[in-house]
Design a protein around this ligand. Structure first.
Ligand code: MN
Ligand code: MN
Length: 318
């Protein structure tokens, strides 16, 4: 077959452990106008309040992504036959200055958005989604399907500090970037700071499907509810790897037991095919806490699952 779009290195020609480790073994690009979907690393964890290390996520996910193949085994989506996908490298960051880092990340995603490319990124801690929203949702708010053990709608930490990985979605709602009525959070669990921790999320209309409700509903009913909430408007998917049980994803900063399996997460993502998807991210992969690269492999595989439905959505808009 003759290919018109960038293709991954062929593992039958060059073994998976050889070569420069780009995402999915795709070619690297500097100009976002050369791709339709931009795979991006955001190696920054300056919003982390406890166990740091997600700054090392992109490099390890690039490494483990060498195990991904070309075609989704269930949906049969072949993203590299549908459009141009490439590794756009890492967003510039600043490990010692939070505000400067947020500005640099926003500017990088602004370039991608302006070029008409759809970003699929790997963090980094969850605060990186805020500057991504500032770039993507400046013209109109987005809806979101948010996988996480945590709501990430807290207000302030360590005194009067509004920017941490526990606050991005409160800030995004306040800044008019995220439409709370088109937002669904799935997998929320774990002990909380106070009994009214979810007051903000509920008051502004975010649909919270706690882990216990997901367990009771099952995958199909949860998907129906998620699709009802986000509707057919522009929608972003944010996947915090700690939504998974730490048995499946130990390499993360804020693990919570009683989480979902990797297969449940895969079924949920596949069930989001057909939404008007405008971007996605996988965050909180923290290699220093990982075991044998397991969580980075999960991150790479979830990234491929997201790539397939993003490619399908992007191609069908043409
Ligand atoms: Mn999170
Ligand atoms: Mn989390």
């Amino acid at each position: 077959m003759e290919h018109h779009f960038p293709q991954p290195l062929d593992a039958a020609e060059i073994p998976r452990f050889a070569g420069i480790p780009t995402f999915m073994r795709l070619p690297a690009f500097e100009d976002p106008a050369q791709v339709d979907i931009a795979l991006v690393g955001v190696p920054w964890d300056g919003g982390t309040t406890n166990r740091a290390g997600a700054r090392h996520g992109p490099r390890e996910v690039r490494n483990q992504s060498s195990l991904m193949r070309r075609v989704h085994h269930v949906s049969r989506i072949a993203p590299y036959d549908l459009l141009r996908v490439g590794d756009l490298g890492d967003a510039p960051t600043n490990p010692i200055n939070l505000h400067d880092a947020l500005g640099r990340i926003e500017q990088f995603f602004r370039c991608i958005h302006k070029a008409g490319a759809i970003p699929l990124s790997i963090g980094g801690d969850h605060l990186v989604t805020l500057p991504i929203f500032r770039a993507l949702a400046a013209q109109r708010p987005v809806g979101m399907v948010h996988f996480d053990a945590h709501s990430d709608t807290n207000d302030r930490y360590f005194g009067d500090n509004p920017y941490t990985h526990g606050t991005p979605f409160r800030r995004a709602v306040e800044e008019g970037l995220l439409d709370p009525k088109r937002t669904v959070q799935i997998g929320i669990r774990g002990s909380i700071y106070s009994a009214d921790d979810e007051a903000f999320a509920r008051a502004c209309g975010i649909r919270v499907i706690a882990m216990e409700e997901f367990a009771a509903l099952g995958v199909a009913a949860t998907l129906a509810e998620a699709r009802r909430v986000v509707g057919d408007g522009p929608t972003y998917i944010s996947f915090d790897v700690d939504v998974l049980d730490p048995a499946f994803a130990p390499g993360t900063g804020t693990p919570e037991i009683g989480g979902m399996t990797t297969l449940q997460a895969q079924h949920l993502i596949r069930g989001l095919q057909g939404l008007d998807l405008v971007g996605a991210d996988v965050v909180e992969v923290s290699p220093p806490f990982d075991a044998g690269g397991m969580t980075a492999l999960v991150g790479a595989t979830i990234m491929f699952e997201l790539l397939c439905i993003l490619a399908d959505a992007t191609a069908s808009r043409r």
